[in-house]
Design a protein around this ligand. Structure first.
Ligand code: SF4
Ligand code: SF4
Length: 389
């Protein structure tokens, strides 16, 4: 089947056509982080997806109207042809080319090559899980913090600071370092710091060292935000933290999932309808052999059923029925619910925190939700950002 026919079928099934593809080009990593949700391992060449396979796939993705690509892993810099993959993606004129990395392996030659690829849609998303070596290295191992800072400073000195975005995984031991991290980033010219709480799957479900932040910690962060003008100002310029957005936002989110806008392909060639929803039952394997367009065609009926499940989550989750925030939250992220407890019809793992924040907002259920003001669906699912390792 041709790309435009499959695009049409996707729309007819009530799904959004693919916009940004997250493509894991290797399962290998130079680190073995305790919270890695894809359990990426030590660098071995057998975990790399071959360049020719990637070229074919990315070309098909462009043909179906894709406008952005996120290159991830494992650690993508372990794949020796990662720069060619970025160059090739750039040559297809995607609006966004995103590289997710821990920055440790960045060399001066890489910076020179990245400067040649540079364009306003280039984003280098670097994982930094603390404002100090102690917090970052607890998660990622000794030397990881100095390696990441070294890579960041190379990019900054190479004139690429404006292309860097920092991604921080919220955990119990590091949550209160967010203000210091914003300071660090802003002072060296980085304008984007986003965070997301630890997803309890992969190695994160096995670690005894780390855990997600507690509700009280989030409430303390909110208090700090309210009482600290400097933090508020920096946050306004650079930050996105879900808990602070829940406190401020009033946008209704009746439809939870945005399938198939942000599909995700693993290094073993399995496609999921979004980065966070890893239910094998709703995935298609063998993408590299079948081809991207044929794999999409095969998955349409699965993802259309999954979308129906997501639409009825709030109604089917007992906790949500009486929750004052249900119009804003809609049961949270279905993929996180699956990842943390293996149930598509459970509230997501951040439910307690959300409820505590909604209580602070003094939300009450509208008498007639049907007449409550509705907002357009977001163009990008607010839950899709996550780090691999
Ligand atoms: S809410 Fe979660 S599962 Fe649904 S599209 Fe967004 S990230 Fe994926
Ligand atoms: S906060 Fe919890 S109970 Fe309330 S709508 Fe969200 S998931 Fe449901």
């Amino acid at each position: 089947m041709k790309a435009y026919e499959v695009r049409q079928k996707i729309k007819l099934a009530g799904l959004r056509p693919p916009g940004t593809l997250t493509l894991a080009i290797t399962g290998a990593c130079n680190l073995v982080c305790c919270h890695c949700w894809v359990s990426a391992g030590e660098a071995t060449s057998s975990d790399h997806v071959p360049l020719q396979t990637i070229r074919r796939l990315v070309k098909d993705f462009a043909a179906i109207g894709g406008s952005g690509i996120r290159i991830t892993g494992g650690e993508p810099l372990c794949q020796p042809e990662w720069l060619e993959i970025l160059q090739f993606s750039r040559s297809l004129e995607f609006k966004r080319v995103i590289l997710q990395t821990n920055a440790i392996l960045l060399s001066d030659d890489h910076i020179t090559a990245l400067r040649k690829i540079d364009f306003p849609g280039l984003s280098i998303q670097i994982s930094l899980d603390g404002a100090t070596a102690a917090t970052h290295d607890l998660v990622r191992g000794p030397g990881a913090y100095s390696g990441a800072i070294n890579g960041i400073m190379k990019l900054v000195q190479g004139g690429l600071a404006r292309r860097i975005s920092i991604f921080f995984t919220e955990m119990r031991h590091n949550l209160l370092e967010i203000p210091a991290l914003l300071d660090f980033a802003y002072n060296i010219g980085i304008n984007t710091v986003s965070t997301g709480s630890m997803v309890l799957c992969g190695r994160a479900s096995e670690t005894s060292i780390l855990s997600p932040p507690g509700v009280e910690q989030y409430l303390n962060l909110l208090e700090r935000y309210e009482s600290d003008f400097h933090f508020r100002e920096l946050y306004r310029k650079t930050g996105t933290v879900a808990a602070l957005e829940w406190r401020a936002g009033n946008a209704i989110r009746q439809e939870c999932c945005t399938f198939l806008e942000n599909p995700y392909i693993t290094p073993s060639g399995r496609i999921y309808p979004c980065l966070l929803c890893h239910t094998d039952e709703y995935s298609v394997s063998g993408v590299f052999e079948k081809g991207f367009i044929a794999a999409l065609d095969e998955g349409i009926h699965l993802w259309s059923s999954l979308l129906q499940i997501s639409r009825h989550r709030t109604k089917n989750i007992p906790e949500c029925n009486e929750c004052p925030g249900k119009l804003l939250c809609a049961g949270g992220c279905m993929g996180r619910a699956w990842g943390s407890c293996g149930n598509l019809l459970a509230p997501d793992d951040r439910c307690k925190t959300r409820r505590a924040i909604y209580k602070k907002k003094h939300l009450t259920l509208p008498e007639n939700p049907a007449t409550h003001k509705s907002y357009p669906k977001p163009s990008v699912c607010p839950d899709t950002t996550v780090t691999t390792g």
